[in-house]
Design a protein around this ligand. Structure first.
Ligand code: SF4
Ligand code: SF4
Length: 341
């Protein structure tokens, strides 16, 4: 099978959080995990999906009449029956005010590479490149391989952002075309990992061992960055940070220079509206951000327990408490786009 096309959610330019330098990040559709904190809920479903943006809607009902499947109704706003919707995009084409949007577009691999190469000048001046993210980057592995292969043959630095839920044969197919692996270790405890993401972390941890062993015997990938989301009441626990540090220490004995960075990414709630547009309830919609003191504390725990403290970084937005009125404001430090799939 040729796999010359794939479903891409978004191409994000000028990213500075998904690897070194200025990067263009390709968000693929489809993810095997169901993380309760998912920041890209629109990337989970592998198929294209429509969403309605209420503030743009002028209430003309053109979309309702145009839908060939009767999936739309208008009752104080547009309602999408997602059991019926086929993602055909007709409503998006006819809407006069861009209130209907299609999430996910089929791309030809060669056309995507051509599009990505438009940013080559930024990559060469900044030491950047292209990051394939998601969703889960390995979910459409054969398509992604074609894209990575073409990018590498054009001298572009490549990064693969993965949650580690995939076969080792898939990794073995992709890794030779990747400079940097961005790898999530979200939770060390198996039961909690199942509770938070829907799947065990056994495959995640085994696959990381596989990647480091692969790196010992091959030129590519050249480095791995571990990413841990700090989710209040979930993964943001001292025990979890200590246990992940322990795991990283064990891995560093396999390949001492392979893991060059461990990012602790603070929870943010910028994705709240995405859930609303998709008609989904989000368990963490009202969860407060970490305070700067909490983020610094987890960073200090990680540095204390990691055998190479220099690789530990923290990033993300934190909360400022107004002492007397207990009103939380957010202070933007930097946005972490760790693949919180
Ligand atoms: S066609 Fe667009 S503007 Fe008109 S009702 Fe539908 S979503 Fe709203
Ligand atoms: S994408 Fe197609 S099936 Fe779905 S609501 Fe729009 S027109 Fe109807």
């Amino acid at each position: 099978m040729e796999h010359t096309t794939g479903i891409v959610l978004e191409i994000q330019r000028m990213s500075t959080e998904d690897g070194p330098g200025i990067r263009t990040t390709v968000f693929m559709k489809g993810c095997p995990l169901r993380c309760v904190w998912c920041h890209n809920p629109e990337s989970i479903n592998p198929k294209p999906q429509v969403q309605w943006i209420g503030v743009r809607c002028i209430g003309c009902k053109t979309c309702v009449q145009a839908c060939p499947n009767g999936a739309l109704t208008f009752d104080n706003g547009i309602h999408i029956n997602r059991d019926i919707c086929k993602g055909c995009g007709t409503c998006v084409e006819v809407c006069p005010s861009t209130a209907m949007e299609l999430l996910g577009k089929r791309w030809d691999a060669d056309a995507l590479v051509k599009e990505l190469l438009k940013d080559a000048a930024y990559f060469s001046t900044s030491g950047g490149g292209v990051t394939i993210s998601g969703g889960e980057s390995t979910f459409q592995a054969h398509f992604v391989k074609r894209v990575l292969l073409a990018l590498k043959s054009n001298g572009i630095h490549t990064a693969l952002d993965t949650c580690g839920i995939c076969n080792q044969s898939t990794l073995a197919m992709l890794l030779p075309h990747v400079d940097l692996v961005l790898y999530d270790i979200k939770e060390a405890d198996v039961q909690k990992h199942i509770e938070f993401t829907g799947k065990s972390n056994v495959q995640v941890l085994n696959n990381l061992t596989f990647i480091l062993s692969f790196m010992r015997d091959h030129i590519f990938p050249r480095e791995v960055w571990i990413r841990t989301p700090l989710i209040p009441g979930k993964t943001a626990r001292e025990y979890n940070i200590r246990a992940i540090a322990q795991r990283i220490n064990e891995l560093l004995t396999i390949h001492p220079r392979a893991i060059t960075r461990w990012d602790l990414c603070a929870f943010n709630n910028l994705c709240k509206d995405k859930y609303v547009r998709l008609g989904l309830k989000w368990e963490l919609a009202n969860t407060p951000l970490l305070t700067k003191e909490e983020l610094d504390h987890y960073g200090a725990i990680a540095k204390q327990h990691c055998s190479n403290p220099a690789i530990v970084k923290t990033s993300g937005s934190t909360r400022i408490e107004e002492s007397n009125e207990n009103i939380a404001k957010t202070k933007k430090i930097s946005v972490c786009f760790c693949n919180l799939p």
